[in-house]
Structure formats: C-alpha cells, structure tokens
Design a protein around this ligand. Structure first.
Ligand code: ADP
Ligand code: PEP
Ligand code: K
Ligand code: MG
Length: 584
C-alpha cells in the first residue's frame, strides 16, 4: 500500500507546486514526477522552512534510483577523482557486522593512558574494547614517556586499521603537590603533622614532607586554613608557618597521590586571590603545547579555563604554528570562573570537558551533578562535543566490578546524551582498565537503546546556531534529514563532509540510527571520533553524489557492513542535498 508523502512548496509563479510523492513501503523507494520549483517561503515538511532566497532552488528530481533528491542550491564543482579505498576502523567494522547498524554504540569513549595501559598490547586491548580517544595527561610523566604512547597509538592505527585519536591534556597552573619521591602513594593518618613546603628536594626528602609547585603557597596560606588534597580525599589544617615550610595537621586521613591537586579554604570558601592570578597556560604548558603540535595530537584539552580569552589566544597560536593542522581545542570546565563564563568559553572552544575531579574541589560536591547537566545541555545546543570525565568508575581502580551508584552515574551521563565518557585513574593506573571500559560500553549501549525505544520523541529542541545563510541551509537540511531518519526508521544516515561540520550538525540531532560520516582527510576523520553517533570513514569522493553513493555502497557491502535493501538517507555538504534510497 503506497503511502503518500507531501512536500508542499510554493513558488512565485502560480500553479507550479510540488504535489504528491508516493512512498511504497515494499520497494522502500520514493518515486515522483519531476517538478522544479523555486522555493520561496513556505516550509517543505522534509527540508523545513526558511530557505528564502530566490537564488536557491529546491529541486525534487529523479535520481535514477527512484530516490528523492532535494538540492537546495546548484551543485558546485568539487574535488578530484579518488582511489577506491575506504578507511574504517577495525572495531567499528566488527561491531557493525556483529550487531548490525542500529545497536552500534553512539557514545564515544576516552581513556587516560598511564602506567597501567601504556604498553602496545594494553593499548590494543583498549582499542579493541572500543576506546575512541587516548588521553595523555601532561600533569604526569615526561614528554618522552608521552611521545612513546603517541607512537604506539599511531602504530596501532597503522597496523590494525584503528582510528584512535590522541587528546593531550595540559597540567595547568593550579597548585598541586610534587612527586612522592618515586612512591606511588603515601598514607596520611589522622592527627599526623605533615610539612608542605615550596623547597625542592633532591633524593632525600624528610619524612612526611610534601613539596608544592606554587611558590606563593607559603605566603598565601594562613594558620587555620583548611588544605584539601584532590578535592577532599585528604584534609589538613594549617597550624604553623616557618619560612617556606607550612606545618599541617591531618584532620581527615586518606591516600596522597603524586602531583595531587591542592586547594585551600578559609571560613568555608575557596581561597583564590593569587591563585586566580596564575596564568591558565603556564610556561610548562606552552612547551607541552608545542610538543602536542609537533606530535600532531588531535585534541588539546586546556585545564582550569577561566575565560574565552585563553581559548582564542591558544587557537590563534595553533593556527600560526601549524597552518594545516586542525587541532581541536577542548575547554576543561573545572573551576568556579569557568562556570561563571560558561557560554563564552564553550562558544570559543571546539568542545568541552566536565572535569568533575577538580570541579568537585572548587564547588560544593552536591552542585556537581547540576553543573554537569548544564554544561552538557549548553554544549549540545551550541553543537560542541562534550566529555563527562572523572570518577565515573573510581572503585574499579581496585575492584573488578563497579558500584551500583557508579553504574547510575554512567547511565545519567549517557541519558544526558553527552558525546563521550572518560576514564581517568581507572585506565591510567587501575587494576581493571579493560573491565572498566567494557562497563562504559555496555551501559552506553543499554541507555542508547532505551532512548531509541522509549524516549526519542523527547529529542531536545535545538535553537538555530548558524551565522550565515549558507550555514543555515546545512543546518536545516541536517535537522530535516535527522527527523526523516527517525520517521522513516532508516538503517543509517550517510553524510559526505569535507570539514566535518555537516556530520556534527547531524550528530547534534541525536538521530536513532548511526551516522556514517565520510570525509577526505584522516585528521577530520579522527576528530569526528569524539562526536556522538558518528562512524567516521576516510574516503576520497567527488561532487557527483551518484558515484559517491555507488562506490560507498559497493565498498561497504564488500566488507559486509551494509547489505542490499538497507534504507539510507544521504546528506552532502557539497551539494546541500538529501537523498533517500535503498542500498542496491
Ligand atoms: N602519564 C602518567 N604517568 C603516571 N601516572 C599517571 C599518568 N597519567 C595518570 N596517572 C595516574 O593516574 C591518576 C589519575 O589520572 P588523571 O585523573 O588524569 O590525573 P589527576 O587525577 O592527577 O588529575 C593520576 O593521579 C596519576 O596517579
Ligand atoms: C579531568 C580532570 O582534570 P585532571 O585529571 O587533569 O585533573 C578533572 O579534574 O576531572
Ligand atoms: K591535566
Ligand atoms: Mg582537573
């Protein structure tokens, strides 16, 4: 029984308007009569409203495959011919073959790499387990150590066909403890007197003495202040100051980890005077940033961002230092100031991280969940990938299974439809990194399915974000294509995008089906690895959508990733078009 789809298009000239499009459920193909119409004002239910300019025509025309082809502007000339290779990472290929499209995981997974996972085999195990991005934290380890990790991830991608991206995370200039003289941790017992000092020590460090990286520390703290390690994992009270040494009594025992973050509180509020004067990007950070640019990392995550200024400054520096690299700058939201200036920071950044570790040390812990929800929602509105980070599965540093509370925390982050989840200590120095990763994966799949089956009608209302008419065409096309994909229950969305923008506009709509994103450069492909629901492929393609589609179909069918009859909606940023068709 054919089902009529109506596209109502009004045109300045009378009479000519689009009429019926018949959609036959059986052959799953759309057919229609070719009626070119200049689209002026009325919305087309599928492509939606506000394409006003008369210079833009919306053509509904036959595309030889009985498919519908909406082109919002005449096709431009575009790229060159191509090789017939399609690059897809091995994990995705296996998942698609095993579970089919609809159950492919949408939420991306970031793993912090540390001593527990820096070996080639350990990195491979994480990649097989679904790691999309490997994070290196410059707060720890040497540049040489991090370079080795980067090289191993690159080798993994080369040899095994993965597309694991690299995220470099700056140390930042907040106050933290030094190393513990090589010890992996130190236990502070209740009532013990510890010395925090700005002195630096060679090999022999007196017992219960901790060096602090902030020279102003001994001046700024006052007797009576409360000193928090890692946001309250251990607490001390300042009892005496002797020159560079600050004597503190342990009031809340716990484990001291190397280079743990220090904050100090006076009369119940965070002391930030001089601290606030510290630069967001320290001199060491600039050296690390040069290192990251030289190593070609995909993302640079900036710690303790306080304003949009530092992001703009860094982006212009990166642009000047490396013309062609498109390193994505992620703002870590982990201080009171970053919450105060949240919108401007996210607007200026390419993405954000809810860095709950330090955030929970700077604001009362009970405010972290609502701050997380606010940050995730704002990023989604502004079309910026957002990562929920830290302590998701903290107990799995020591235990092979998570607590119920941790599973609920992960579920909530997936329910909020964050783009990505991040493991910190769990994968950097924990005993069960692969188990922790598999918990993230299984919880993601479960909540994503819950969304598709029970909640997708609650898709978030997305405000218009385009800053030009051309951009608004792309935005309208993606919003419509995502809606069509849900209404027609298509198996997948295909998007052909050089810059990745069209792919992220589709990801922003959180459609029920996965989004196959084809792009011509490896760096854009890796960058798309952080965005919800995108399965990035590298493929040389032209502006001839027919040949792009035919080649893509044959390449993916040959790899058993799609099959004839699958229903696909294809979107392209070159032609600004939507096509609905069955895989031949
Ligand atoms: N490159 C590294 N070398 C050694 N230890 C690391 C490294 N990266 C992370 N770690 C360990 O894992 C813990 C959690 O990692 P992360 O959350 O990134 O750092 P932090 O908690 O110090 O901000 C760190 O405190 C540190 O003990
Ligand atoms: C991710 C965070 O930053 P870092 O681990 O670098 O302190 C955090 O504070 O949660
Ligand atoms: K850091
Ligand atoms: Mg932090």
């Amino acid at each position: 029984m054919a089902q009529a789809l109506h596209f109502a298009v009004s045109s300045p000239s009378p009479a000519r308007s689009l009429s019926k499009l018949s959609y036959s459920k059986h052959s799953q193909s759309l057919f229609h009569r070719r009626i070119p119409a200049t689209f002026v004002r009325k919305p087309i239910s599928a492509v939606s409203s506000d394409l006003e300019s008369s210079s833009h025509q919306v053509l509904v025309s036959e595309n030889g495959k009985g498919g519908i082809f909406l082109a919002a502007s005449p096709p431009q000339t575009a790229a060159t011919t191509d090789s017939s290779v399609i690059e897809v990472d091995a994990v995705t290929e296996a998942e698609l073959k095993e579970n089919g499209f609809r159950s492919t995981r949408r939420t991306k997974l970031v793993c912090t790499i540390g001593p527990a996972t820096c070996g080639f085999e350990q990195l491979e195990a994480l990649a097989v387990g679904g790691m999309n991005v490997a994070r290196i934290n410059m707060c720890h380890g040497t540049r040489e150590w991090h370079r080795t990790v980067i090289e191993r991830v690159r080798r993994l991608n080369e040899e095994k066909g993965y597309a694991v991206a690299i995220m470099m995370d700056t140390e930042g200039s907040e106050i933290h403890m030094g190393d513990l003289g090589g010890a992996s941790s130190a236990k502070a017992e209740d009532g013990e007197i510890w010395t925090f000092t700005v002195r630096s020590f060679g090999s022999s460090r007196p017992e219960r003495t901790i060096s602090v990286n902030y020279d102003g520390f001994a001046e700024d703290v006052k007797v009576g202040d409360e000193l928090l390690v890692d946001g309250g994992m251990v607490r001390f009270e300042v009892i005496e100051k002797i020159g560079p040494d600050v004597k503190c009594r342990c009031t809340d025992p716990g484990l001291l980890l190397p280079r743990a973050n220090l904050t100090f509180w006076r009369d119940g509020s965070l002391v930030r005077e001089r601290n606030a004067m510290l630069p967001t990007i320290s001199s060491k950070d600039w050296l690390d940033i040069d290192f990251g640019i030289a190593e070609g990392v995909d993302f640079i995550a900036i710690s303790f961002v306080k304003s949009a200024e530092v992001i703009k400054h860094l982006k212009s520096y990166i642009a000047a230092r490396s013309r062609d690299s498109d390193i994505t700058v992620i703002a870590k939201i982990e201080s009171i100031d970053s919450l105060k200036n949240l919108e401007e920071i996210i607007q200026a950044s390419d993405g954000a991280m809810v860095a709950r570790g330090d955030l929970g040390a700077q604001i009362p812990l009970e405010q972290v969940p609502s701050a997380q929800q606010r940050i995730v929602q704002l990023c989604r509105q502004l079309n910026k990938p957002v990562i929920v980070a830290s302590q998701l599965l903290e107990s799995m540093i020591e235990y092979p299974t998570p607590t119920r509370a941790e599973v609920a925390d992960v579920s909530e982050a997936v329910r909020q439809r964050a783009d990505a989840l991040m493991l910190s200590g769990e994968s950097a120095m924990g005993q069960y990194p692969e188990k922790a990763l598999s918990v993230l994966r299984s919880v993601s799949l479960r909540i994503e399915r819950w969304w598709r089956e029970e909640k997708h009608h609650e898709a978030m209302e997305l405000a218009e974000i385009s800053s030009s008419f051309a951009e608004s065409i792309s935005e309208e096309i993606c919003n419509s294509a995502a809606k069509m994909a849900n209404n027609l229950e298509v198996d997948a969305l295909f998007v052909y995008t050089k810059t990745g923008r069209m792919a992220s506009l589709l990801s922003r709509c959180r459609p029920d089906c996965p989004i196959f994103a084809f792009t011509t450069t490896t760096s854009v492909r890796r960058r798309l690895n952080l965005q919800w629901g995108l399965i990035p492929f590298r493929l040389n393609f032209s502006d001839d959508m027919e040949s792009n589609l035919n080649r893509t179909f044959s390449l993916l069918k040959a790899r058993g990733m799609i099959q004839s009859g699958d229903l696909v909606i294809a979107v392209s940023d070159m032609l600004q078009s939507i096509q609905v068709m069955n895989v031949p």
